[in-house]
Design a protein around this ligand. Structure first.
Ligand code: KIV
Length: 296
């Protein structure tokens, strides 16, 4: 059964920490489905980690719909939250139309949008229309050119504004809040003042949960690991080694073997070749007899 927002709220009430992971395709979603992680974010981070862009800004609603559909096909258990991309919620009407697409066409159970008190009317509009909304405060990647890629809320005014923004969007109806690159003590203070779960990234253990990006935690890049993440596996290294082993076996003819080779009756082949011109070169090992249990 798919995890509900009510179930996520129960986790907070019972002080059970809430893990969340990004995923962008069917295969990854199938893997998450086998874990105990209750929430997937189809993040606009896909612009960077899937599309190879410099920022999340070029991601479109069509992109998020496409990836959300693939994720939904791959999992039956986690709650799936889809990001509203840059400028797709600039007015409440835009937000309603585009959030509706992420829910109806993508199949998401919630949308997420960035911004504080200024987004309250938009959040209200979506919630009134029956669309669950998650907020996102602190470092908000869609504003990277305004605020820079750095920790937010370090001085008195900025810290106070973050608390007020969190309270304002809670009142507007968000059911949960991502806090990105916020000092741990401030994230904890915000968490203590809210009724809804906070999900941190670079915001410390004082949040109710933690969201991380798939490619970061699984080691799919060989670049330096950003400070707010930890590599739990080195899948890129494993893939490089496996692909080099495949390449070596193709070159030295130890792969494919008869097991991976389709077979046919020698009589049929002889008859088929009876009156066609003879071979002009010999292919070593080609046509090896199928192994017992090999491909039929
Ligand atoms: O797009 C994304 O992956 C995100 C997370 C970093 C929270 O918004």
């Amino acid at each position: 059964m798919r995890t509900s927002i009510a179930a996520i709220h129960r986790m907070r009430a019972e002080s059970v920490r809430i893990p969340m992971i990004t995923a962008y395709d069917y295969t990854s979603a199938r893997i998450v489905d086998r874990t105990s992680i209750p929430m997937i974010l189809v993040g606009d981070s896909l612009g960077m980690v899937v599309q190879g862009r410099d920022s999340t800004l070029p991601v479109t609603v069509d992109d998020i719909v496409y990836h959300t559909r693939a994720v939904m096909r791959g999992c039956a258990r986690p709650l799936v939250v889809a990001d509203l991309p840059f400028l797709s919620y600039a007015t409440p009407e835009d937000a309603l139309r585009n959030a509706g697409r992420l829910m109806a066409e993508g199949g998401a159970q919630s949308v997420k949008l960035e911004g504080g008190a200024v987004m309250a009317p938009t959040i209200r509009r979506l919630v009134e229309a029956g669309i669950p909304v998650m907020g996102h405060l602190g470092f908000t990647p869609q504003s990277v050119h305004q605020i820079g890629l750095r920790v937010q809320g370090r001085d008195v005014a900025a810290a106070r504004q973050l608390v007020l923004d969190a309270l304002a969007i809670q009142e507007a109806g968000v059911w949960g809040l991502v806090l990105e690159l916020v000092p741990g003590a401030l994230a904890e203070a915000i968490t203590a003042r809210l009724r809804i779960p906070t999900i941190g990234i670079g915001a410390g253990v004082g949040c109710d949960g933690e969201v991380q990006v798939w490619h970061d935690v699984l080691g799919l890049y060989d670049e330096l690991v950003p400070r707010h993440t930890r590599r739990f596996a080195s899948l890129a290294d494993t893939a490089v080694a496996a692909l080099d082993e495949l390449a070596g076996q193709v070159r030295d003819r130890s792969f494919p073997t008869a097991t991976q080779t389709a077979s046919m009756s020698p009589e049929v082949l002889t008859e088929a070749l009876a009156d066609v011109p003879g071979a002009i070169r010999s292919v070593s090992g080609a046509g090896a007899a199928p192994a017992p249990g090999g491909m039929p």
